[in-house]
Design a protein around this ligand. Sequence first.
Ligand SMILES: Cc1cc2nc3c(=O)[nH]c(=O)nc-3n(C[C@H](O)[C@H](O)[C@H](O)COP(=O)(O)OP(=O)(O)OC[C@H]3O[C@@H](n4cnc5c(N)ncnc54)[C@H](O)[C@@H]3O)c2cc1C
Length: 410
Amino acid sequence: MSQFSDVDTVIIGAGAAGIGAARTLQAEGRSFALIEASHRIGGRGYTEEILPGVPFDLGCHWFHSASINPLVPFAKEYGISYTNEGYERNSFRDGKWSDNSDRDEWSQFYVAQDKALEAALDSDEDVSVYDVTEREHKYTSFYDYIMSLHTSFDPDQVSVRDLMNYNDTDENWPIREGYGTLLTRMGADLPVSLNSAVTEINWSGTPIVVKTVKGDIRAKKIIITVSTGILAAGDIKFVPELPDWKLEAIHKLPLGNHNRIALAFDRDVFDPDAVQGAMIDTPGTEPLSIRFKPFDYPYAVGVTGGRFGDWLESAGQAAAVDFMSEKMKAAFGSDITRHVCAHIVTAWRGDPWVKGAYSTALPGAAGQRSQLRQTLDERVLFAGEATSPDFYSTAHGAYLSGLAAAEEAR
Ligand SMILES: Cc1cc2nc3c(=O)[nH]c(=O)nc-3n(C[C@H](O)[C@H](O)[C@H](O)COP(=O)(O)OP(=O)(O)OC[C@H]3O[C@@H](n4cnc5c(N)ncnc54)[C@H](O)[C@@H]3O)c2cc1C
């Protein structure tokens, strides 16, 4: 016996895309159901407390391309604060902090890598970042690490053309109360069925039948917002099967990994005059970028990505805490971690409702985002970050894709 009534539109997934789609349909007084597999809304927007009263984002945390980000006005509406101030960063490498000449060398190298990517657009072939960037420079490993944070993949797995399609204004504004908090606020008045995983979509006839663990729902149209990780794993059965070109798009826009390791301190261990962020490179291991005391909160957060992110996630939480502790000790001395009192280590690959961090087009697959968002049979619609042409991998890109799908579902 199903607990659901028939509706015009079923939205599958209550992350940023699903919330955007549902708010649009709700504002128009349309009949819809918002179905979410997990116990909460927000998807990859998820804020917890690392210490009482200290919010910490496990997933999205910055308004990217902030001056043109459509979610910024919602923060204003809900009284959620953010900052547009950058922070001072330095690098620790070969046992010492960088000086001005190191910093100049790094920025010249970075600019040259960017130019190489731009030049690659002249080629007919959609090559990988690895193929066209400098591989032998002393800063290549730094560069590859940063690329793994931007794309959640290693450079050999990233299409240059897709990377260059991203609309980056270079404004990344962190949100004090958390991006997850904002998305939860935006979805607070939506009727949503939680803990209701969709297991099958039968689009062979009319209406479409959406099977969930709590029963079936019948609808004229559906908007699928789940990640390409979920679609590629075959966690939702399609009857009939999705066409080959759609499956190709799903598999060529996979999710890489990106995890956040946060250590909270029971006292202020940071020198007030010290840098607010550091990239720490010690021999024999991957570099780690760490932000200290965001919004003056007593924690530090390090970020991992790509294959190393996957490896460290599979090694477990203790290994991740250890990895970050060793980096901090190398740069600041062994006392620095004595006052760690709590930690959060994310594990996005292992999240059963996402299965990774965010999408990247594999080399040669830059055109696949338009295939992924293409509607089937005028009634099976696709949204979510991976469908965004220019703001993919972001919460606002997901949100905008939800708005577009809701409009099309009219
Ligand atoms: C560590 C990390 C850091 C990030 N940092 C940023 C950042 O700073 N800024 C930024 O803009 N973006 C960032 N992102 C990316 C951003 O979080 C995502 O692009 C965005 O939140 C994706 O939204 P979505 O709606 O497309 O997908 P999701 O958030 O994945 O939503 C899909 C929903 O579908 C649900 N679902 C899955 N399977 C089923 C099923 N079978 N039935 C029903 N429901 C199902 C899921 O539970 C989920 O709630 C980050 C992501 C990660 C992981």
